[in-house]
Design a binder for this molecule. Sequence first.
Ligand code: HEM
Length: 307
Amino acid sequence: MRGFLELLLAISLWTVSSEAKYGIDESANKAYFNFDNDYVFAMNPTANGDIYFHMSAPAAPNCWIGGGFGSEMNNALMFIAYPAANGHNVTISPRIGNGHSEPTYTPDIEVFGIHNDTYAPNSMTVVKGGAMIMHGMCRNCTKWATGELDLQSTEQPLIFALGPSCSLRSDSPEASIPRHRVHGHYTMNMIEASNATGWYGRVPGPNIPDFVFPPTDAAFVSEWTTPEEDVRYMKNTMPSVHAALMCIAFVVIFPAGSLVLIFLKKVLLHAALQVVGLVIVIAGMGVGVSMSKPYNKVRAGLIVRSV
Ligand code: HEM
C-alpha cells in the first residue's frame, strides 16, 4: 500500500513539474536577469564555448533590444534583436561595440534562432501587442575578437539596452539602429550559469513554478545575477534642436529678410537678417552632422571619403 502511494505521489509530481509539462531542463545550470519585467536575459554557456540564451522585452516602445558581454559598450559582444521585415519574425544581429557608437555587425559570430522549445511557442517572433522573444544559440561565443567571458567568474559584467520607439523592421543583421532610450549594467555568476564540463546546453526556460502558458517576461525572475546598476534613460533632443533651427532659418528668418527688402526697402536690415539666417543654418547643420556621427552608415561614408 505504501509503495503504491509513493508511486502515485511520484507520478503526480512528475505530471505537474514544468520539466514534465514543457521540457524545461530544471537541473541544467543557467542564470537569469530580469529588469522590471521590461527585459529578460538568461543564458547557459557550455564548456565548448557555445552559449544558449533567452532574451525578451515588450516590442513597444522598444524597436530593438540588446544584451552584451562586458562592462561597457566598447569591445562588448552584443546580441541585438529587432522585428524582421514581415513584422512577425525576429532578426538577431551579433555586433561588437566600438565606443559610444552604433555597434558593428560581425559575420564571424554565428547565432542561430531556436524555434522548437515547447515552453517557448513564440520564440523568434514578435507577439502581437506583446513581447519580442529571442531564443538562440551562439556558436563558440565565449571568446571574440575584442574580449572573452570568464566562465569561472561569479561577477561577470554584462550590459543591456532597449531601443526607442521607431519603425525598424529588417531581415538584415546590419540594419541601422537608433540610439537606446535606456541602458544599464549587471553582473552574472558564470559558475551557476555554465555547464563547465560538457557540451550540452539548453535555452533557459521560465523559472517561476506554475507559470501561465505561454510565458511572459513575468515568468522569469532574476537568479544568479545582481540587480541592475547605473540605469540611464536617455532623451534624444538633438533631432528636435536640428529641426527647430532649420525651421527658424528657412521659415522665419530668410522669408522675413526678403519681405523687409521688398516692402520696406531696408537693405541693411535685409543683409543682417540673411546673415543671422545663415548662422542659424550652419548651427543646425553642425547639430545634424554631430548627431549622425555615431552611426555606421555615416561613419562608413566618412571613411570612404577620407581614403
Ligand atoms: C546606435 C547604437 C548606439 C549608440 C549611438 C549608442 C550611444 C551611446 C552613448 C552616447 C552612450 C553614453 C550615454 C551616457 O553617458 O549615459 C552609451 C552608453 C551605453 N550604451 Fe550605447 N549606444 C548604442 C547601442 C548600444 C547597444 C546595442 C547596447 C547594449 C546592448 C548599448 C549599451 C550601452 C551601455 C551599457 C552604456 C553605458 C556604458 C558605457 O558608457 O559604455 N548601447 N551609448
